[in-house]
Design a protein around this ligand. Structure first.
Ligand code: SAM
Length: 240
């Protein structure tokens, strides 16, 4: 306990990203998944290319980066998509502040926007062509593969947020999940989607609906397409 407190104080005093993550873990807002803001410019170039080929780059196209951290994902997407509207959402107000500061420095493009939230309850139904949830539905502490993840993250939160991400996608819209500690296929929303492309398992531990570790079970990260309402959910399996 004393060691934990010392470590917390060291991170707080060091400042920067470590301070932000330490404070977020201490505050633990409702629905928090990955507290660390690790990100980088053009982090997923091959994936961004694929998405660029699947979606039209026109002003009507709307993209959402859920768990955008300090905004690198949004600004990178803005280079692949020169016309689309792109919104970044993150649970941490400080990170959203950094996104907005960069947005002001780099010309205040009105097609880019940011919001601080831990879910998408404020977003309109069927308003997005793409939702990216990259490295958000996980927790750094799970690298040690504890038998139960509920001290850090909960499947029920994942299921709830995925239901709402499905709601804000247009029919035919794309959902991209990467580096999750849960399987999208276990959620209630999964029946609304077909899998376009699965990602190779990267070795993240996977937890089930009961928050228990599923030893040796691979994840199902990938690109999913929301079915048109006319398509029967049972007509095709989710798996890629
Ligand atoms: C590792 S960063 C991922 C950044 C970026 N998506 C990437 O892949 O480079 C995870 C981010 O998810 C955010 N996050 C965690 N739980 C969240 C939630 N419930 N709603 C929105 N953002 C969340 C954290 O604040 C953090 O900035």
């Amino acid at each position: 306990m004393f060691h934990e407190w010392v470590r917390f104080m060291v991170h707080v005093l060091r400042g920067g990203e470590r301070r932000r993550s330490a404070l977020l873990m201490r505050r633990r807002p409702q629905g928090l998944f990955q507290p660390y803001g690790t990100t980088q410019e053009d982090r997923y170039p091959e994936l961004f290319q694929s998405i660029h080929q699947l979606l039209a780059d026109i002003p009507q196209t709307r993209l959402l980066s859920f768990g955008c951290s300090t905004g690198e994902e949004v600004f990178s997407l803005a280079r692949y998509f020169q016309q689309a509207h792109i919104r970044g959402v993150d649970i941490d107000a400080g990170r959203i502040g950094q996104c907005q500061a960069r947005w002001r420095r780099e010309g205040r493009e009105c097609r880019l926007s940011f919001a601080c939230a831990g879910d998408v309850a404020q977003e309109e139904t069927a308003s997005y062509d793409l939702v990216m949830a990259m490295a958000v539905f996980r927790h750094g502490a799970l690298g040690a593969r504890p038998a139960d993840c509920s001290a850090w993250i909960h499947f029920d939160d994942f299921d709830r947020v995925l239901g709402d991400l499905a709601r804000v996608l247009k029919p035919g819209g794309l959902l991209v999940i990467r580096h999750a500690n849960f399987r999208f296929g276990d959620t209630g929303a999964a029946a609304l989607f077909e899998c376009l492309r699965g990602e190779a398992a990267l070795g993240s531990p996977i937890y089930g609906r009961d928050d228990r570790l599923l030893p040796g079970v691979p994840g199902d990260d990938g690109i999913y397409r929301k079915r048109l309402s006319s398509q029967a959910s049972s007509s095709r399996g989710l798996s890629c």
